[in-house]
Design a protein around this ligand. Sequence first.
Ligand SMILES: Nc1ncnc2c1ncn2[C@@H]1O[C@H](COP(=O)(O)OP(=O)(O)O)[C@@H](O)[C@H]1O
Ligand SMILES: [Mg+2]
Length: 482
Amino acid sequence: MLWKLTDRLRLLSRYWESLAFRLAAAYTLAGLAFIFLTTASLYLVLLRQLEKSTNMFIADKLNVVRTLLRDRPTDSDALREEIELETSAREYQRFYIRLLNEQRKVILTTPGMPEQLNLAQLAGNEGRHPKSAFEIVGKHGHAFRVATAVAPVGVPAASKDIIQIAVDVSQEKELLARSRLWFSAILAAACAFLPLIGYRIARQGIRPVEEIASTARRISSSNLRERIRAEGYPFELASLAGTFNKMLDGLEESFERISRFSADIAHDLRTPVNNIRGEAEVALARARTVEEYRDVLGSCLEEAVRLSNLIGDLLFLARAESPLSLLHRERTDITQLLTRVREYYEASAADAGVSLIAACPGEPIIAAIDQSLLQRALSNLVSNAVAHTSSGGSIFMTAKTDFSNLHIEVSDTGAGIPADALPRVFDRFFRVDSSRSRALGGTGLGLAIVQSITLLHGGNVQISSKRGEGTRVTLSLPVSLP
Ligand SMILES: Nc1ncnc2c1ncn2[C@@H]1O[C@H](COP(=O)(O)OP(=O)(O)O)[C@@H](O)[C@H]1O
Ligand SMILES: [Mg+2]
């Protein structure tokens, strides 16, 4: 017995975890409460109305008889008409009146009254206000509303008569009973159908959520194409589906990027290794002079340096991405930093016929940054600028601060970057012209490293460029002084 009960409870609590069940339950309860309140108040209004009209009828009758007794006590015809004759034509009386004198002797009675009513039940209530009428059951099972009143006879009053009036209210009772039945039937039907309707509505409402969940289940790294089709969804769920789709767009893009990145790594590692291998195989094919061996070793060394640079850059990026990577911030004079970078690239800029200018207008700028990392970022930018600016052009490095940020800008008057390539220049291994970049010794990781250094500092990097006019890269770093 007990285990059956606990089993039931467990089942119920499992259902309770279902959103559709909860919504249906809430809907049913609200619906039932509404229907109950409506039917109950309708019933009460009906009850009140019927009672009121009966009471008014009684009061009216009493009034007529009282007036007759007071004003025309001798006009027994009028009184008889009111009490006996008016209703004598009917077989079924709706009301009965009895007039007694002060000594309780019956003066007038509506015909049929003794057959319908147990008259003893009427006595003993004289003087009651008609409003305090009460109900009795007649001899044939009909319900009657009964009132008694004392009426002075003549002006001035010679005596006091007693009027007893009984109104048959069995039709009203029947109407009320029928309404009760109807209202209970409506409630019972609501009890039966509201849960079903509620459950259907709730299920229909949460169907989009189930669709979203099943799409989410179907999605895996090899199946990122799937999207939720949110047409016809209510707007709350459409926005959820939209967010979900956007998240999938992001995921798909990063997965694509990662797989492109792996392919690029493989390609970029294979080229120098193949070159070394080819040179070594050719050299070993027959005996060579010392001079030839030296040449082969020289180009092997070149490839090895490229390889180790590439691996160094990749390692740097991997480390920078690790959440454990720490910055060694120190107070740094930014002007000095720019000057150092300029001095380092002065010779190669001069070789290329390009002027390289570092300028920090105004007060010296001191900021807490990781010196060696920022120097590396600036070096990457300047080396790009030198590589892509032809003779006669110039490169500017400037730094300035506003209230919260340090802005370092490297701009050149070089070849510029085509607009369609601009959004991708920070991608790893992306080069506008890969053979030219490789020939210049680039790994395609320079700007990716600049970006990750800026992100490590909590800042951001922006690039703008126009083909044939030049390129401008701006690093914005939040300043934090130790
Ligand atoms: N200042 C610049 N002017 C013109 N093109 C540039 C400039 N800086 C970068 N680029 C383009 O962006 C690409 C990516 O740059 P980067 O990541 O430094 O790789 P790499 O220099 O090794 O090619 C370069 O291949 C080049 O095409
Ligand atoms: Mg570069």
